[in-house]
Design a protein around this ligand. Structure first.
Ligand code: SAM
Ligand code: SF4
Length: 329
């Protein structure tokens, strides 16, 4: 098991497949992009599958989420999914994506064994999409979402970050749209993980703001604590059901006490938290011929050092060196 000193057990593994992306969301990346990882530094497909194998066989991981950067940019993705689906025990597998390219790949990913997708979409307005992502790809994302639903990658979840003065007036419209299309909408509070270090607590849209805005049009009833489990999203039943809306309030209502995550970066570093300042290097161990038992041991030691919380409320909080796109959101 991957257990930490606070008794939390990690069963959910986030695997970043690349730090590259075809969008430039303002809360994530600068316009010019970043210094990408060099190819030899990236884990190979074989190395990724081997590490996931160790995680599910020896360390109790039950769920694997592929992310990035933009994971659909990784050419080997369908093959990785297929090989992970063949592992025993077979983990649940999902993908967090900006949706570009999903129209072409959704059915193949489903056939390879992917269970679900989370697609990030912040706005229903093409011009706001362009302002927020610095690319004209709004239609591609909408088509990707439709393809995911048609392929049965359900429930299709939609992740939305609200930014002041850009899309913060859109929460009720986005919820009405999500309900009409049978997508499950989740709002994510903006976190200090942008490469430009532009985040300001007093400039962010909080969970409280989001709920106030949604309640202008919908009746929201909190879902029971039991239904939430260790999920980061607090969920509300909309207008008596069956639809739900989630809010991931990492800043104003952190859920660290129930965290069941461990993370693997595209260059083979274990991170115990999005906000961790330390990493454990599994790639060097892999490439120097370490057996599975040794890699599992290193991973367990890393988890044992997991901090109690993100430290966001601590006056000494320091933003991690890696931005969200290089950690794997
Ligand atoms: N490119 C894929 C995507 O956008 O879904 C996967 C990686 S992205 C880093 C994963 C999620 O992190 C997205 O839903 C994105 O909106 C969110 N995200 C990125 N930067 C963020 C920030 N500073 N605060 C909160 N969420 C952020
Ligand atoms: Fe790319 Fe996702 Fe970051 Fe947007 S949030 S720039 S889509 S990695």
């Amino acid at each position: 098991m991957l257990i930490d000193t606070y008794g939390r057990v990690a069963t959910d593994l986030r695997v970043s497949l690349t730090d590259r992306c075809n969008l430039r969301c303002t809360y994530c990346m600068p316009e010019e992009g970043l210094q990408w990882l060099a190819k030899p530094d990236l884990l190979t497909d074989d190395e990724i599958v081997r590490l996931i194998g160790i995680a599910v066989r020896d360390l109790g991981i039950e769920e694997v989420r592929f992310t990035g950067g933009e994971p659909l940019l990784r050419p080997g993705l369908p093959g990785i999914v297929e090989r992970v689906a063949a592992l025993t025990p077979r983990p649940q597998m999902s993908l967090t994506t900006n949706g570009i390219g999903l129209q072409r790949t959704a059915a193949a990913l489903r056939d390879a064994g992917l269970d679900r997708v989370n697609v990030s979409l912040d706005t229903l307005r093409p011009e706001v999409f362009q302002a927020m992502t610095r690319r004209k790809r709004h239609d591609d994302v909408l088509h990707g979402l439709e393809a995911a639903r048609a392929a049965g990658l359900t429930p299709v979840k939609v992740n939305t970050v609200l930014m002041p003065g850009l899309n913060d007036d859109e929460a009720p419209d986005l919820l009405a749209w999500a309900i009409a299309h049978d997508y499950e909408l989740r709002f994510i509070e903006q976190m200090p993980l942008d490469a430009q270090h532009g985040w300001k607590r007093d400039g962010m849209i909080t969970a409280g703001d989001i709920l106030t805005s949604l309640r202008t049009r919908f009746t929201l009833t909190p879902e029971s604590r039991d239904a939430r489990g260790s999920a980061p999203a607090e969920r509300w039943i909309v207008d008596g059901g069956p639809h739900r809306v989630g809010v991931i309030a990492s800043v104003t209502r952190p859920f660290c006490r129930a965290c069941d995550r461990t993370r693997l970066t595209a260059d083979g570093q274990v991170r115990t938290c999005l906000f961790a300042t330390e990493e454990t290097d599994l790639r060097t161990a892999l490439r120097s011929g370490a057996p599975d038992e040794e890699i599992a041991r290193l991973w367990k030691v890393a988890m044992w050092g997991k901090k109690a919380g993100s430290g966001l409320d601590d006056p000494s909080f320091l933003q991690p060196e890696r931005p969200m796109s290089a950690i794997g959101g």
